[in-house]
Structure formats: structure tokens, C-alpha cells
Design a protein around this ligand. Structure first.
Ligand SMILES: Nc1nc2c(ncn2[C@@H]2O[C@H](COP(=O)(O)OP(=O)(O)OP(=O)(O)O)[C@@H](O)[C@H]2O)c(=O)[nH]1
Ligand SMILES: [Mg+2]
Length: 557
């Protein structure tokens, strides 16, 4: 079976950079909303890809990886046509990566620094003796890796590190160990997203009877298919015979000429990362933010917790208290004023200051005497917040609903103070002494004075009578003496004014209450907006951004 590295789809560098930027945007969008440990591979990718692209696009870094004794160093030397990496019988032989660069070392130096190949293990394959023989491989950086099944743990770590950095991997297996579980489960399967940059060689093919080679290759192909590596190039090589690597060399020449391996490798890395995040994105969220019903319920719960009903009740009572004080029967007004004003007891601005300057702009005060929320009100608020979050983010996939709920609750601790400030900062607009109260009050005085004058007159008449003094004739109005008319008329008129005023005061008090309720509701809605809805919206925006970014990262425009 003769195969060369297949072409695969061409990766456009600009597309790759667009996809990488999308991964970056995705990471920014999900930052703080998703568990960090899930994001580590994507951060690693972004960092590594950025560096790899910046370092050199003209070089193709190819690693020979495999179990100890499979012949990696022998193939390395065969391809380099020099004995650069020691081949040994003592296993494992290669402990650190060796590199051979085709073409001038200059451009590759920074690449090898980044990959971490020690300078004394770097070789240049540009011998004047070869002439142009090697020019087809110019740009190749071939790495001989330690064994990945090593008894030395450090070898394995080094292999894992290097496999994350190279552009293309040649997996070297031998006829004895090609079916070993480790190579398939721990390595080859992990590379199924990198089929474009994976090549498998069955080395030491000379150790098999020629007729056996196709059978073993078929068996190996079956295993590779099971690993998800369908279609990867599979070659038989013999490192000890110069002609045994011709095909591999040809394959490398075309790979180097194409200059696609580094891009394909990164594209495969992005595919892997995007695939891992598949559960993080789903459909478009039902709405663009918290819905109206949830928001209304939240405002209601906030109003309850803020003591809005208590304040509005006090507003209505205060209006009636003050209006009755100003328009009631003058002789009992003073007594009424002794009773405390229901609103002032709550220490709210706009409730009328002691000096009566109610027109002063409302200043927020540190704390009001509005009663603290009850346990029931607190739990109603908690429920409303949860409901808002569930309705806004419940349909989102993966960890997002929890992120939305977390955001909705994130500022709950500040809510009590914010509510207190909102209530304190609301101008309740309860009048101190509107003109009509003063007019009615004056009228009450007038009729009261009339009654008092009538009474005084009558008392004077009785006194003169008792003293036997001549009683001046009282003027009569019809059948009724004028003083009596003044007294009874004054009293009656007072009652009448009070009777007419009362329903008007009640109506005006209710209106004042409703107005205060509207203002307070708007103020607590502002608290909900700032402390609950805005954080929820921020997560939903992040979700949408993350979703769009991941779509671009996946290569779907
Ligand atoms: N017959 C034959 N022997 C080979 C071939 N390739 C390698 N060998 C021998 O296999 C043994 C191991 O080769 P190495 O190249 O050191 O193997 P390695 O994969 O680098 O081993 P480590 O460095 O320990 O991971 C040596 O004795 C080689 O001569 C081959 O194609 N045919
Ligand atoms: Mg070796």
C-alpha cells in the first residue's frame, strides 16, 4: 500500500486568524460566567496559536513519535542522512528531543527556542556536499522525540508537551508493538481532529516476510479506523535501508512545499476546542432579556420589601391628618395637632420638615424608619429574583442558567440599603398647607367666631337679666332672635363645612397616596433594574456573544 500525505482542505491563514479571534472573543464573553477549568484548553490554544503564527510560517515542524525501540531515531538519521541522534540497544535511548533543520538555522532558531530543543541537540541539514539533493526539504524542522511509553515519566511529559506544539506528527510503530493499547487510546485517538497532519509509519518492515507486510498494514489500518483516523496516510518504512524511506521523504517534501501543516494543525486545535464547548451554546434565547411579567413581579416584591405599602398608607393618613388639622373645627384643631404626624414618624424626606419648608428638594438620608422587611417579604423577593432568572435564562444550555441565576443574585446583598435610599430619595409630595385648606380653615374660623359672638350675646342678655338690669331688645330675624341665630347658624355652618370637606379630603388623600405609590414603585423598580435585571442582561449578552463567537470559531459564518 503506497500513500502520500493527503492534500486535505486548504486552510486560509486569514480564515484561521478570524477563527482564532473568535475563540478569543468567546473567552472574553464567557469570562467570569463559566468555570475557569473548562476554559484552560482554549486559553492555551489562543496563546500557542498566536505565538506559532507569529514565529514562522515558512517552517514545518514534524515530530517522530512512538514507543521505545520503534526506530524513531533511526528514521530521523535516515531522513537526515547523517547519524545525528544516537540509536541504541539500551532502552529508552532518546531522552530529550533532537532537531534537524533543513535550510538555514537562523529562521528556525526562535521556533526551536519556543519548542524547547536545547541548542546542542539542534542540527542543520544543509551540507554543500549534497548540493540540491536536500533543497526539496527546505523549511523542514524534524524532531526526534523520546518514547511515549517510557519507564521514565519525564519522557512522557516531554512528549506530551512537544506534541502540543508541533505541526505534524509521524507516528512510528513497529511490527511487534503496532497494536499496543497505549499508542491507540492515549495518543492516536486524541489526534482524530488532526487527521490532516497525522501520518503513520510501520517501521522495521524489513523484519517481516515481504508477503506479510500488506497484511500487517491492513490490520493496522483497521485499528486506525477504529481510532477515528480514517484516511490518514500509512506507509511501511525501513530505517536501516536507504531506499526504505523514499516514500516517507517524498511525502515530507510535498508537505513542506505546501506550507499548510502549521495552519492545518491549528485549525484542528480550534476544531477540538470548539467541539468541547458544543454543550455551552444552543438556540437563540427566547427573549432578549427578563420578560415583563417577571419584571413586574420583581418590582412588586421589591416594593413589599421596601415597605412601600406602609409608606403609602402613612402618606394617606398624613394627608388626612394634616387636612383635618387645617380645615377642622378650630376649637379642636390644637388638640389634633398634638397627635403625631403618621408620615414624620417614618423619617422620610418630603414628609414635611418641622419648619414647614416642604418645598425643599428631597435629600436622600442614610436610613429611614420604614419597618424592615419580614421573613415572608424577604423570601418573596428571593423567589421573584429566581423567577426572573429562570424565565430569562432557564432555556439556555449547560452552565448558563446557573450563571444567570448567579448574576441575578449577585447584588442582592446591596438591595436593602438601595431600597432604603430609593424610598428616602423619593419625593412623596404630601402637601403641608395647600390654599384650599387655608380657605376652608378661614371659613371655619368665620363661622366659629359667628357662633361665639351669638353665644356671647346670649350670655350677656342672661347676665343683664339676672342682675335685673334692663335687657336691650334683641333684634329678631323672623321669629328667631339674632344671637340665637348666630350661635346655632354658626354651629350648623361649621358642621356643614366639615361634612362637605371630609369626602373631598378623603378623595385628595387617596390621590396623594396613588401619586406617592407611583413614584415609590418607579424608585424601587430602578433598584431592581440596577441590582437584578442589569446583571441578568449582562449574562444574556455574554451568552449571545459567546454563541456568535463560537459559530465563527467553528468556521461557520
Ligand atoms: N531491522 C531494522 N531495525 C531497525 C529499524 N529501525 C530501527 N531499528 C533498530 O531498532 C533499535 C531501536 O532503534 P531506535 O532508532 O533507537 O529507536 P527509538 O524509537 O529511537 O527508541 P527510543 O529512543 O528508545 O525511543 C535499534 O537497534 C535500531 O537499529 C528498521 O527499520 N529495521
Ligand atoms: Mg530514539
Amino acid at each position: 500500500m503506497r500513500e502520500a500525505l493527503r492534500g486535505g482542505t486548504r486552510v486560509d491563514p486569514d480564515d484561521l486568524i478570524t477563527r482564532l479571534d473568535a475563540v478569543r472573543r468567546f473567552l472574553t464573553a464567557v469570562d467570569g460566567h463559566l468555570p475557569d477549568e473548562r476554559l484552560v484548553p482554549a486559553h492555551t490554544l489562543v496563546e500557542r496559536a498566536g505565538t506559532r503564527l507569529a514565529l514562522s510560517r515558512d517552517h514545518t515542524v514534524v515530530a517522530l513519535a512512538g514507543a521505545t525501540g520503534s526506530g524513531k531515531s533511526s528514521l530521523f538519521n535516515a531522513l537526515a542522512r547523517l547519524d545525528l541522534s544516537p540509536v541504541g540497544v539500551r532502552r529508552p535511548t532518546t531522552g530529550v528531543a533532537h532537531a534537524c533543520v533543513w535550510g538555514p538555522l537562523d529562521g528556525a532558531t526562535r521556533l526551536l527556542d519556543w519548542i524547547g530543543v536545547l541548542p546542542r541537540h539542534r542540527f542543520i541539514r544543509e551540507s554543500a556536499l549534497d548540493g540540491d539533493d536536500e533543497s526539496a526539504l527546505h523549511g523542514l524542522v524534524l524532531l526526534d522525540l523520546p518514547d511515549f511509553d517510557s519507564v521514565q515519566h519525564a519522557h512522557r511529559l516531554e512528549v506530551d508537551r512537544l506534541l502540543g506544539l508541533v505541526d505534524l506528527v509521524i507516528w512510528v510503530v513497529d511490527p511487534q508493538k503496532y497494536a499496543d493499547r497505549l499508542v491507540h487510546t492515549a495518543y492516536l485517538r486524541e489526534f482524530h481532529r488532526h487527521r490532516d497532519v497525522t501520518l503513520v509509519v510501520l517501521n522495521q518492515a524489513d523484519r517481516l516476510p515481504p508477503a506479510e507486510v500488506p497484511r500487517v498494514l491492513d490490520d493496522l489500518r483497521r485499528l486506525l479506523d477504529a481510532d477515528g483516523l480514517t484516511g490518514v496516510p500509512l506507509l511501511a518504512t525501513t530505517a536501516v535501508d536507504p531506499s526504505g524511506t523514499t516514500e516517507l521523504r517524498a511525502s515530507l517534501e510535498s508537505t513542506v512545499a505546501e506550507r499548510q501543516a502549521s495552519l492545518r494543525r491549528l485549525a484542528g486545535d480550534i476544531d477540538t476546542v470548539v467541539e468541547r464547548f458544543a454543550d455551552l451554546v444552543g438556540p437563540e434565547p427566547a427573549g432578549t432579556g427578563p420578560d415583563a411579567a417577571g419584571t413586574r413581579a420583581l418590582t412588586g416584591a421589591l416594593a413589599g420589601a421596601a415597605g412601600v405599602p406602609a409608606v403609602t398608607t402613612a402618606v394617606e393618613q398624613a394627608y388626612r391628618h394634616r387636612a383635618t388639622g387645617a380645615t377642622g373645627w378650630p376649637l379642636v384643631r390644637g388638640w389634633r395637632r398634638l397627635r403625631p404626624d403618621p408620615l414624620r414618624r417614618l423619617h422620610l424626606p418630603g414628609s414635611g420638615s418641622a419648619d414647614g419648608s416642604a418645598d425643599e428638594p428631597a435629600k436622600p438620608v442614610a436610613a429611614t424608619s420604614v419597618p424592615d422587611p419580614t421573613a415572608a417579604q424577604r423570601s418573596a423577593l428571593g423567589l421573584a429574583v429566581r423567577t426572573v432568572a429562570e424565565r430569562a435564562g432557564g432555556d439556555l444550555p449547560g452552565p448558563w442558567p446557573a450563571a444567570v441565576t448567579g448574576a441575578a443574585r449577585s447584588r442582592l446583598g446591596d438591595v436593602p440599603d438601595a431600597l432604603d435610599r430609593a424610598v428616602a430619595g423619593t419625593d412623596l409630595d404630601v402637601p403641608e398647607r395647600p390654599l384650599w385648606w387655608r380657605l376652608v380653615g378661614a371659613l371655619q374660623w368665620l363661622v366659629t367666631l359667628t357662633a361665639v359672638a351669638g353665644l356671647a350675646w346670649l350670655v350677656l342678655g342672661y347676665a343683664l337679666n339676672a342682675l335685673g338690669l334692663p335687657d336691650p331688645d334683641e333684634p329678631m330675624v323672623g321669629e328667631v332672635p339674632l344671637p340665637t341665630l348666630l350661635l346655632l347658624g354658626g354651629l350648623l355652618a361649621g358642621l356643614l363645612v366639615a361634612a362637605v370637606t371630609r369626602p373631598v379630603v378623603r378623595w385628595a388623600a387617596r390621590r396623594t397616596r396613588l401619586r406617592a405609590e407611583r413614584r415609590l414603585t418607579a424608585a424601587v423598580a430602578g433598584v431592581g433594574e440596577e441590582h437584578v435585571l442589569t446583571p441578568v442582561r449582562a449574562v444574556l449578552t455574554s451568552y449571545t456573544e459567546a454563541r456568535d463567537a463560537l459559530r465563527v470559531a467553528a468556521g461557520k459564518k
